[in-house]
Design a protein around this ligand. Structure first.
Ligand code: SAM
Length: 350
């Protein structure tokens, strides 16, 4: 963490401040010390836990959804399922259990060395890719659970009727926010018009455009679909930068390299970009409704019937409730999908 702080300080010293996106990029993906390169973020001993590690039902119903897509597309070539930012590999492994034959291959897009080892352990035959351009051509289902939220954002604030960008500066040993002239005016103008006139603060995820573009080009060439599940909003605006360390929210500027630094996803940004790249967009729908539409409650009953243990039954209930209850992850988390125009209507979005 000291090394990250000195890299950030050096960058800040160049002109007195750096953008939030640069602060996030260095903190999360510095090649030696970045949080997503070096740390073991997930699980009870990590900083946070995600839906696939809370309940197996999450991966199983998404697995059944994926098989339905494969049947609908009915391609002669065999499919691949790629987990974008695969975490501990639990989701892909649960998906594989739904249909384990040789006609589907599996892969992870991952940059975290420790997670790659965990993924290899749980799923030795899965392949690893560092970028979308490395993935071989084949009909593909991409799944990104809590993937987009890790990418850097820019923030804009209206002060005395003038728009400014939020930057990070340093005072003695502390990183602080400051407000300066906007760095990338084109990015700002392009996005400002998508927010309501009364907005006095908004954020832009700087990588969604490229990710949607790369995935759209890939899917237009190969057929398939991409599912994104994340915490976020469809309408609205505001400051959503957050940091989590040891399962607690902490100040986003206080633990660079040692806390998970993310923002909420603006699903309308995915919608706009998917339109730009001539893709169909489905959703967004709440995680609760998506999982229930895919049969999560029925799956729960089947699993409960398969055991006599009251403890296992209550753990199964508790796990599913956590991901579908509106007061927990059910409403905050949303789901959308993009696929090439007029090729497919995926289940779950009605
Ligand atoms: C919040 S975790 C979600 C993990 C997993 N999808 C889950 O649901 O448990 C984000 C994942 O994205 C990976 N990641 C972060 N930046 C990435 C990048 N630039 N390219 C690919 N994966 C990345 C992280 O290492 C981690 O596996």
């Amino acid at each position: 963490m000291e090394k990250i702080k000195s890299i950030l300080t050096e960058e800040i010293n160049k002109k007195g401040y750096i953008s939030i996106s640069k602060f996030m990029e260095i903190s999360l993906t510095d090649p030696e010390e970045g949080y997503y390169i070096n740390q073991k973020p997930l699980g009870k001993s990590g900083d946070f836990i995600t839906a696939p590690d809370i309940t197996q039902i999450f991966g199983e119903v998404i697995g059944a959804w994926a098989i339905d897509i494969i049947n609908k597309i009915n391609s002669k070539s065999s499919f691949q399922i790629i987990d974008l930012g695969g975490g501990r590999g639990t989701l892909l492994n649960d998906i594989k259990r739904v249909r384990s034959d040789n006609s589907i291959s599996f892969g992870f897009l991952e940059i975290n060395k420790k997670l790659m080892i965990a993924q290899k352990q749980i799923f030795p035959e899965a392949k690893h890719y560092k970028s979308i351009s490395d993935i071989p051509d084949a009909p593909t289902i991409f799944i990104g659970n809590e993937f987009l939220d890790v990418f850097p954002i820019k923030q804009y604030i209206k002060i005395n009727k003038a728009w400014k960008e939020v930057f990070v500066t340093k005072d003695n040993d502390r990183f602080l926010y400051c407000y300066k002239d906007i760095e990338d005016k084109i990015l700002f103008e392009e996005n400002k018009k998508k927010f309501p006139n009364e907005a006095d603060f908004f954020e832009v995820n700087t990588k969604i455009k490229k990710i949607v573009k790369d995935i759209s080009n890939f899917l237009k060439r190969n057929n398939g679909i991409c599912l994104f599940i994340d915490y976020g909003y469809f309408k609205g605006y505001g400051n959503t930068l957050q940091a989590i360390k040891n399962h607690e929210y902490v100040d986003p500027l206080s633990f660079p390299g040692a806390s998970d630094l993310t923002s909420h996803i603006n699903f309308s940004q995915i919608l706009n970009e998917s339109k730009n790249f001539e893709m169909d967009f489905f959703g967004p729908i709440s995680q609760r409704n998506f999982l229930i539409n895919l049969g999560a409650l029925e799956r729960l009953e089947i699993l409960k019937k398969s055991t006599n243990s009251e403890k296992i039954k209550s753990d199964l209930d508790e796990g599913l409730l956590r991901v579908i209850e509106n007061s927990q992850m059910g409403e905050l988390f949303k789901v959308c999908a993009i696929s090439p125009k007029n090729k497919l209507i995926p289940e779950g979005f009605d």
